[in-house]
Design a protein around this ligand. Structure first.
Ligand SMILES: [Zn+2]
Length: 154
């Protein structure tokens, strides 16, 4: 698939990475995707820094689930607007939103630390969750949520 891109005209600066081909912390803050992305090569422009005009109308710049760690076949499906793939992406975004709120709530109202929140989550919520995460991943993630929320307050 990728070879065809060589012959397509694509001269619009990528609005996600601003033409750098890499999404850094500044881009993540600008697009309001903190806690959802980490710095990585840009999936929106495939790290080229340029996008085709039609991409702008097909996929939102801040589309959370379009990230470089996805298999290329999934990235193509997102770009094509494949309904099942887009739906799965939305579910994932909702799950992440839920986790953030869950962590925030227990941190602020119960004064719990990341590890206790992760344990509570695994005990009560994990069974019905649409996506699974290991205990270590959860603790690390919840720690990140707490740190960001604390820094916003200060
Ligand atoms: Zn880009």
């Amino acid at each position: 698939m990728r070879i065809f891109n060589l012959f397509k005209r694509s001269d619009i600066e990528c609005p996600r990475c601003l033409g750098k081909g890499f999404v850094d912390w500044e881009d993540i803050a600008r697009l309001n995707r903190r806690l959802k992305w980490v710095p990585a090569p840009c999936a929106y422009c495939n790290a080229t820094g340029k996008v085709e005009k039609e991409m702008l109308s097909k996929v939102a710049v801040d589309c959370m689930y379009l990230t470089i760690d996805l298999p290329e076949s999934v990235i193509e499906k997102i770009k094509e607007g494949d309904r099942e793939t887009v739906e799965k992406g939305k579910q994932r975004e909702l799950f992440v939103e839920f986790l953030i709120q869950y962590a925030e709530h227990h941190y602020f109202t119960q004064n719990m630390d990341a590890e206790s929140i992760a344990n509570l989550y695994l005990k009560n919520e994990a069974e019905n969750a649409p996506f699974s995460a290991t205990r270590e991943e959860l603790i690390k993630y919840i720690q990140g949520v707490i740190e960001l929320k604390k820094s916003v307050l200060n």
